[in-house]
Design a protein around this ligand. Structure first.
Ligand code: 0A1
Ligand code: ZN
Length: 851
């Protein structure tokens, strides 16, 4: 049973559990509505605990029997679980419970997806499987027996006995319950193998439905690449005889790192050239790496409590980002990471949902799998590495693995490792974990020609965030390079370590006033405020030797041009268009990077920028200006476009590697400009000729944007109606690209489509998530966008609180808008809150958003 009134849990209240567990034996007798789970758990008192209450979590369980040392025991059902009189000595707890996987639509615990059984236990789902101390600091070895008629029966660890209707699994590594997994179904395996650095052969499998077998090869290669990379770069070897991945259609998140049995949302593992875009391939490679890397950063070393979530997630995201940078273009990877951070984490950190990388309180932990914990958590690790240097980082990581292998650790443990390995005091650095909000760093320049001294004076400040009115200065590594007026690098990148509220950096002995390039590679997750004019930006766009800052300069120019159009009805900036022409014509640049050079800030991004300046964003004006700006770029680059398009066509088979995907990205970005000039003629021929989804979908998007998509939309559906991942794209694209007046209508119409299934999180997000992402449509002045999303969130909350709560963040920027829109949104938020039986997940999110 769930708590009646939501309770807040605090980091400061942590106490260890009263018992340790030596071993867990579980038997599952599978049945769609009456699965029996038998548990036999060896407990003994925890010498480090002061509270010896024997409390086991449990939710939605029917207790059949409970025994201690073979004797029936009376239990007391309390909020969130049960209590019994636990002896002050070692004892064996045995329980039998009944659960109903087929009616479990929350997709937490043991549930069914298209006839197959699967589990999701992070964060607190194991308590829906049996009574257990469902907390990450309680670790145990698990022996599992599964009885069921499904041909494939899987759990964690290494396989044991197997026969008609049963299979046994044994996991020799102690683990918390959140890493438990079970899968049963009619599956086939795409096999592979890997020999570890010490010569151990590991059996690899990707388990899928028979019709998905042709979509496994890429994921298998990504898994092998990840295993090799973790050996080469972090010295981490795999530690079981087998590594299984299973693809599941109904899954709330991307994937899950269960020990030896990773479970994946099928969208995060299945791919083929005909059905998946380059972006899909890239995401799959990163998620496979992420889950695999968790084997060390998450599983071998786990978290003491859920407040420490960033310990495993920040580090594992950082590691997967390093992997992607090594496998593909590092320059492009950094731009993509920063774009994602600004699109997802900045709004969170600058609005009512702002929380520290290590939160100090929560009601529902599922609401804290956030961009702040993940992506800002990764940036914090990147800064730490920048500050201590690559070698010291490597030493500290070795010490971390050596010291904490088998532990449930904390951020204090993590930082202590760095302090011990480097001799640095990280007290101030730790503020990055405890203080929320995005710091602003402003900079002013001074040039003393006589002494040849160039000074940059930095000032940092962080606006108050919920629960934190006062902020202290943080340690901010600022990467600085200096260019000559001709664009030559006169000083290579240096790290200036800012620790004070105001601090000055100086370069001496210069013969000319340099042009600084500041925060190179986005060396800290801050907002840099530079009082420079657009001529300077155009110079950096043309010459900066740091690829990130070069791109950033172009983006700042484009953003200012757009803001001028929105605020002052200005014409598209000639300076920008001129600069873009020069840079974009450079065919020595990496095509993927070149595509990013001409990309413009999205409409939500512009709305946020305006709000940060104190200007109320007008979604219609932003939309109109964005379209006009694109048209102006197409006109200005007209003669360059067709040759670039032709030069970047590829003969031969589709390969989803950096080179091929870069060329396609550039050609498709050019196609979007050409469509502004030819009305869709080229897009139509690309749509008809394309043999891969990257080109097909890009062409379809252009046709829809140009208002010529009706036939192509039908043809696309007819071709792909049997492939649910492709049909997700079909749903999403139509809503995402609908005009401002149509978006809510299109979304509503698609919810009536026979293929719409609100129980499937991918389909729900493809439709309603796309509405929230269509800025001008969602924020339509009629309020229709807000209402349609709210109607569906209210319906979904009964079935799937976790996905509902996550999608409520669409409203987090509501206070940026005008009073009329704010009133419309507030009314919808209050409507959600008033819903009878609202989940704890959604109630916490809406309460925080309302502020
Ligand atoms: N640990 C996983 C993410 C994850 C978190 C929660 C889930 O269900 C509530 C599922 C997956 C990861 O970082 O990949
Ligand atoms: Zn993770």
């Amino acid at each position: 049973m769930r708590d009646a009134a939501p309770q807040t849990i605090y980091l400061k209240d942590y106490t260890p559990f009263g018992y340790l567990i030596d071993s867990v034996e579980l038997t599952f007798k599978l049945h769609p509505t009456k699965t029996r789970v038998l548990s036999k758990i060896a407990f003994r008192p925890n010498p480090e605990a002061t509270d010896n209450r024997f409390f086991l979590h449990g939710e939605d369980l029917t207790l059949i029997s409970a025994k201690i040392d073979g004797q029936d025991v009376t239990v007391r059902h309390v909020d969130g679980g049960l209590e019994a009189d636990g002896p002050a000595r070692a004892f064996i707890w045995e329980a039998e419970v009944e659960i109903s996987p087929s009616t479990n639509t929350a997709l937490e615990g043991l549930y069914m997806s298209n006839g197959m059984y699967c589990t999701q236990c992070e964060a607190e789902g194991f308590r829906k499987i049996t009574y257990y101390p469902d907390r990450p600091d309680v670790m145990a070895t698990f022996d599992v027996r599964i009885e069921g008629e499904e041909p494939i029966l899987l759990s964690n660890g290494n396989p044991g006995a197997k026969g008609e209707g049963f299979a046994e699994w044994s996991d020799p590594w102690k683990k918390p319950a959140y890493l438990f997994a079970l899968v049963a179904g009619d599956l086939i395996n795409h096999p592979g193998s890997f020999t570890t650095q010490s010569g151990k052969d590991v059996e690899l499998n990707i388990w899928v439905r028979p019709w998905d077998e042709h979509k496994c090869a890429f994921g298998m290669q990504a898994l092998k690449d990840s295993m090799k990379w973790d050996e080469d770069v972090y010295g981490r070897e795999y530690d079981l005889d087998i590594f299984n991945i299973v693809a599941v259609d109904d899954f709330n998140m991307g994937a899950m790192e269960n020990k030896g049995l990773n479970i994946f949302n099928s969208s995060a593992v299945l791919a083929s050239p005909e059905t998946s875009t380059d972006a899909n391939f890239k995401r799959i490679e990163a998620i496979i790496a992420h889950e695999y890397f968790h084997n060390w950063t998450g599983n071998r070393i786990t978290c003491r409590d859920w407040f420490q979530l960033c310990l495993k997630e920040g580090l594992t995201v950082y590691r997967d980002q390093q992997f992607t940078a090594d496998m593909r273009s590092g320059d492009v990877a950094r731009i993509e990471n920063v774009l994602a951070l600004r699109a997802r984490q900045f709004p969170e950190d600058q609005g009512p949902l702002s929380h520290p990388v290590r939160p100090e309180e929560f009601q529902e932990i599922n609401n804290f799998y956030t961009a702040t914990v993940y992506e800002k958590g990764a940036e914090v690790i990147g800064m730490l590495k920048t500050l201590v240097g690559d070698d010291a980082y490597a030493n500290a990581l070795d010490l971390y693995f050596e010291r904490h292998d088998g532990d449930a650790a904390t951020i204090e443990d993590w930082l202590k490792v760095f302090e011990d390995a480097t001799g640095r005091d990280l007290t101030q650095f730790k503020l990055w974990y405890s203080q929320s909000g995005t710091p602003k760093v402003s900079v002013s320049e001074d040039w003393d020609a006589e002494s040849g001294t160039f000074s940059l004076t930095f000032t940092q400040s962080t606006a108050p965030t919920p629960g934190q009115d006062v902020k202290d200065p943080k340690v901010i590594p600022i990467a600085i390079g200096l260019l000559s007026p001709e664009g030559e690098e006169i000083q290579a990148t240096e790290i200036f370590e800012m620790t004070e509220a105001t601090q000055t950096y100086q370069a001496k002995g210069l013969s000319v006033r340099p042009v600084p390039s500041i925060l190179r590679g986005f060396s800290a997750p801050v907002i840099l405020e530079q009082d420079i004019d657009n001529t300077r930006r155009a110079f950096l766009f043309a010459h900066d030797t740091d690829s990130f800052n070069r791109w950033e300069a172009g983006r700042d120019l484009a953003r200012d041009a757009l803001l001028d159009m929105i605020e002052n009805d200005a014409a598209p900036s000639a300076l920008y268009l001129d600069s873009l022409r020069k840079v974009f014509a450079d065919d020595t640049l990496d095509p993927a990077y070149r595509a990013y050079l001409q990309a413009q800030p999205g409409e939500s991004d512009l709305a946020r920028t305006l709000a940060a300046k104190g200007v109320t964003p007008d979604p219609d004006k932003i939309h109109a200006a964005s379209k006009a700006f694109k048209q102006a770029k197409a006109d200005a680059l007209k003669d360059l476009l067709r040759p670039i398009y032709e030069d970047n066509q590829i003969d031969g088979p589709f390969v989803p590697d950096a080179e091929g995907s870069g060329k396609r990205a550039l050609a498709n970005s050019v196609l979007s400009l050409i469509t502004k000039l030819d009305g869709g003629t080229l897009a139509q021929s690309q749509f008809e000729a394309a043999d891969n989804m990257t080109q097909k979908l890009a062409a379809l998007s252009q046709l829809v944007t140009a208002g010529k998509g009706t036939d192509a939309i039908t043809a696309f559906y007819d071709q792909w109606k049997e492939d649910r991942l492709v049909i997700d794209k079909w749903f999403s694209l139509q809503v995402a690209l609908a005009g401002p007046d149509d978006a809510a209508k299109v979304a509503t119409a698609l919810t009536q489509h026979p293929d719409f299934d609100m129980k499937n999180p991918n389909r729900f997000r493809a439709t309603l998530g796309a509405l929230a992402g269509n800025h001008a449509g969602f924020h339509h002045k009629s309020g229709a966008g807000y209402k349609v999303l709210t109607d569906w969130l209210i319906k979904l909350d009964d079935l799937n609180p976790q996905t509902t709560a996550r999608m409520c963040s669409a409203f987090q920027t509501w206070k940026n808008y005008d009073p009329d829109r704010q009133a419309l949104i507030k009314a919808q938020l209050e409507r959600i809150l008033a819903k009878e039986g609202l989940s704890r997940d959604t109630s916490e999110m809406i309460t925080r958003i309302l502020g």
